[in-house]
Design a protein around this ligand. Structure first.
Ligand code: ADP
Ligand code: MG
Length: 400
């Protein structure tokens, strides 16, 4: 796989100069439901190194991204103008957004591009052909450019036209700086992680993460299970979890996973205490032992004793991978377990990686110091988990 830097060096360093360069970015940023303002622009900021480099090289930069899940014919509120405006603010470049991502409108904008101007194509998913990995649609995109760079880590696990069919039909293709950084960080976790390797898993469901758990059992020394996911494991041990979120049909699977951990000598760390309340809408909770959840209540966070157990494991670690909050962190009363894990990860000497959309949001909630203390916070939840599972990512394969 070439990188954008490799490409730039060709033709005695003039390769990108004057070339129409398509950069697939991931501007699928979260928007405020009411005001439609960007609530977290990390994905735009993270794309800046590649964009700035391409501009410095004198390329005609054409950016493309998807945003949200537009229904056929419905584009309202999902246009990329808002991202273009933020990009202009952050980069100082002038950003033009044609009304469509293929056809005459973008061709005209690209033809007229001058120094300091960028073309940001309209939402790729306004065409259902994008998600269908449609050859014809990819061909229409290919007509806009001479060189392809993928910097959309958050989208490379999907075989969609702009990340799969398109690069395959381009003679010149490479990875951008963000994609390269993400792949390198996750490789340090997936390929021969420095030991002890502690994996921390939580979040909403066991069923979302079965493959990840199985893959981690083959690699890690310690597996911490928290969040709603832990409820199913605790129930599988015979504990009465009362109203807690549990996946009844996953109890046998949880038992199999616990047995595998024993066989592989992976130390399993599960909650010994939890914070309970009577509903997901509760605003205060109470600490109880994991084996004594009172009738009519549900476990919504890990308790202080559990936090101590996890901290002790993290202190000994050389590599840490974390996916999935330890509790209902969106509510103040149940954020402590998640924030404590984030704070500890930021302090320890180990190489630390966080993957997962909600997990990354939780780390940001813990503050800038915590964000800065963690070695890598992935911009792609799904893609990072698929890498952990050992899967080949279509968008990365297509760059080869
Ligand atoms: P990620 O996006 O990082 O992969 P998930 O989507 O798997 O994480 O899970 C995040 C969600 O899990 C959060 O909305 C959080 O509130 C919820 N969650 C975690 N623990 C609990 C719990 N004990 N009870 C209810 N919800 C929980
Ligand atoms: Mg999530």
């Amino acid at each position: 796989m070439k990188t954008i830097e490799d490409l730039a060096k060709e033709d005695e360093g003039r390769f990108l100069s004057g070339k129409r360069l398509f950069i697939r970015v991931d501007f699928n940023v979260p928007l405020d439901k009411k005001t439609k303002a960007i609530t977290d622009d990390a994905r735009i900021r993270e794309a800046l190194p590649t964009i700035t480099f391409a501009m410095q090289q004198g390329a005609k930069v054409i950016l493309a991204s998807h945003m949200g899940r537009p229904k056929p014919g419905k584009t309202e509120g999902l246009g990329l103008e808002v991202c273009g405006a933020r990009l202009a603010e952050l980069s100082g470049f002038e950003v033009h957004v044609p009304e469509d991502c293929i056809g005459d409108a973008p061709k005209k904008v690209i033809q007229d591009l001058r120094a300091g101007q960028i073309c940001l194509l309209e939402n790729l998913r306004f065409h259902p052909e994008e998600e269908a990995n449609d050859e014809g649609f990819a061909r229409a995109l290919s007509e806009l450019c001479e060189v392809y760079v993928d910097d959309a880590f958050g989208a490379v696990h999907r075989a969609h036209a702009s990340v799969h069919a398109l690069p395959l039909m381009m003679k010149h293709r490479a990875a951008g700086f963000l994609l390269e950084k993400e792949l390198r960080a996750l490789a340090r976790v997936v390929d021969n992680p420095e030991k002890p390797f502690v994996a921390v898993l939580g979040g909403a469901k066991v069923s979302d993460k079965i493959e990840v758990v199985e893959a981690l059992l083959n690699k890690c020394d310690v597996l911490v299970i928290g969040g709603a996911m832990a409820n199913t494991f605790l129930a599988a041990q015979g504990k009465k979890m009362q109203k807690s979120l549990i996946e009844e049909d996953k109890l046998p699977l949880a038992r199999t996973i616990m047995q595998k951990a024993l066989d592989k000598k992976v130390k399993l760390v599960m909650p010994v205490d939890v914070i309970v309340a009577d509903s997901l809408e509760a605003t205060t909770g109470e600490v109880v032992s994991a084996g004594a959840v009172p009738e009519g209540t549900m476990a919504l966070d890990i308790g202080p004793k559990t936090v101590e157990l996890i901290n002790a494991e993290l202190q000994k670690a050389k590599t840490v991978f974390w996916n999935g909050p330890m509790g209902l962190f969106e509510t103040k009363a149940f954020e402590n377990g998640t924030l404590e894990v984030a704070r500890t990860m930021a302090k320890i000497a180990a190489f630390t990686v966080v993957g997962g959309g909600d997990s990354a949001a939780a780390v940001k909630l813990a503050g800038k110091e915590v964000v800065d203390g963690i070695d890598h916070i992935s911009t792609g939840g799904g893609a990072s988990l698929e890498l952990i599972e050992g899967q080949k990512l279509p968008g990365v394969v297509a760059l080869g």
